[in-house]
Design a protein around this ligand. Sequence first.
Ligand SMILES: C[S@@+](CC[C@H](N)C(=O)[O-])C[C@H]1O[C@@H](n2cnc3c(N)ncnc32)[C@H](O)[C@@H]1O
Length: 389
Amino acid sequence: MPTTNNLPIPDSIAQQHSEHLLTHIKQAISKAGGKISFADYMQLCLYAPGLGYYSAGSHKLGGKGDFTTSPEISSLFSRTLAQHIIDVFQQIESKDILEFGAGSGKMAIDILLELESHNSLPEHYYIIEVSADFQQRQRQAIRLSIPHLIDKVIWLESLPTDFIGVVLANEVCDAMPVHCLHFNNGTVKERYIENVDNRLQWCESELSQVDLIRHAEEITPLITNRDDYFTEVNLAAESWLASLASTLQQGAIFIIDYGYSKTGYYHPERNSGTLMCYYQHQGHDNPLILQGLQDITAHIDFTALAQVAFDNSLQVAGFQSQADFLLAGGITELNTTETDAFDTLKTATEIKQLTLPSEMGENFKVLSLTKDLEQILAKVQLGDRRHSL
Ligand SMILES: C[S@@+](CC[C@H](N)C(=O)[O-])C[C@H]1O[C@@H](n2cnc3c(N)ncnc32)[C@H](O)[C@@H]1O
């Protein structure tokens, strides 16, 4: 991993922007009495209105941004996801899609085009997007690329009631704020951010909330190496999924993200946690710099999400590597319009990027959850790893 010394230097406008956010964060710390939880800090860094990484107007996704995601790498990803959606649509009456955190809007566009080619368009394609900047980009991209389908796409501010259909979340949970814990000398402390002599730094104290204490108690037996062990807890993703479960009447939820089941997440060797920052395609582990300019993310504990699903009457229908999910969905069999050897090579390279274990095939997982479906979703059984949850 590059050190922070190797990171590109932001230009003066970006630095000014970051300074504004830093001032805002310092005010929040002072208002809170001297420290804020890392989750509150991450929330401000990513989502402070007009200033946070996702709320402000810089390029984030793709080659010109800070990181890239599967839908940006290739439309084959979304087109394959559409095959899984069709499987669910065959079992439900009302066919709607709800996508969380739709990024550039590319996944929505590619899914809608693929469904259209199968005569399986949804009645509505709802999007819930916390970033106003991303919402605007999505509207623009969808209006430009698929003007004939724009009426199907509806942006919602909150969860619909009694939803029937398919819910999608690709790399959304990893962008939710996490709490940071430090196990050491037989105790567990929460890690906070404080402002000392006008500089942000980490500090430790008691756990800030009851849910976190409960979670820490649950994971303590899993952490065999409790000597200087750092980890994260994503309470936001858990409560997001619980609310989603209560609104889903029938259908499926596909959660796609990088992460592990509990044994992988709390592996003794993962003693520095999974917190990562990305700035212009360089990964590093210091979230206390480049506020508002870099992405901050943590891996997903899929066991915790599966437990929430189970506790809220969802069926845990499958847990696969992204490679198995895409291969079962027929990524290698989709019709492509290659006209020359260059196109063929491009398609092969994209499939490799999405499915090879050394690329995104293994780190990324798909948790498939269902509610009230009569038949199992056969494609999510390939390489199913629910036993590891
Ligand atoms: C890493 S980006 C992924 C974008 C897109 N899904 C993709 O794969 O290219 C995370 C996205 O999730 C959004 N997001 C984060 N938390 C969210 C939430 N609670 N509800 C809806 N969107 C959220 C962010 O604004 C951003 O659009």
